[in-house]
Design a protein around this ligand. Sequence first.
Ligand code: C2E
Ligand code: MG
Ligand code: MG
Length: 268
Amino acid sequence: MGLQMAERIHIHDRLKTAIENGELTLRYQPQVDVLTGKMVAVEALVRWHDRELGEVSPVRFIPVAESTGLILPLGDWVLEEACRQLAAWTRNGTHLRMAVNLSVHQFRQANLCERLAKWITSYALAPELIELEITESQAMAEPDQAQQTLESLKAMGISLALDDFGTGHSSLSYLRVLPVSRVKIDRLFMQHIPGRESDATLVRAVISLAHALGLKVVAEGVETAQQLQFLRDHACDTYKGWLYAKALLASEVDELLAVSRQGAANNA
Ligand code: C2E
Ligand code: MG
Ligand code: MG
């Protein structure tokens, strides 16, 4: 436990310096339309390469940032950087939705809506191209407050997605009342598709339930053609995963889009 604590303190100190020195970067993982195969969105994922620690996974440093308050400056940087990149894509005619992960502390920040409104104005963004991802546990912790914040964000035109669906304490009634437009099926449930019948049943059920409520569905962690075929057979809307691409540099997203435009032109 002492070692764990020391590691967390070390990560905290180095991360704090990394944020101050602007050493974090973003990668963008494509989200693809299941039917057309076209890239329709990207998810911004934070990356940190430390001189001493090497590449540190967000799975390791986000919880440290959350427990020490560093998540607020980190989350602010991620949001603004995602807005800046979205503005660059908008300027060169690339129409992609930008999904950004929001931590529970950011979600509870009193001035979250004002900060977003400021960036939307200063970067001249279409708010409907911004999607904030929150997890079930965030939305469930204080449902009334969550509902209010989500309603305000929705009123600004920002879209909302429920991330890691199925991994927390899901309550189907919240799915009905929360103003989210998309549900993201966690990759844990996709892992054994199509082999494991219980997971297949669950994924099918989430897709049809979400559709019945007028919500779109994103499947995460799609790594095989068989998983994609399963999603096609069950009318899932979009997917994300290594089958299409890992998290990429913005320039690599541009290259991928150029290649698929060229492919479409050759087929025309
Ligand atoms: P998430 O939001 O559910 O993101 C999906 C994670 O799954 C990403 O890991 C992504 O690289 C990984 N992934 C995508 N496709 C595949 C696949 O086909 N197979 C496998 N095995 N993995 C895949 P990453 O980037 O390490 O992020 C992990 C988690 O860290 C994220 O889960 C999110 O909860 C958190 N995170 C990442 N960036 C941010 C951020 O900017 N802010 C906040 N608050 N959290 C973040
Ligand atoms: Mg996410
Ligand atoms: Mg997820």
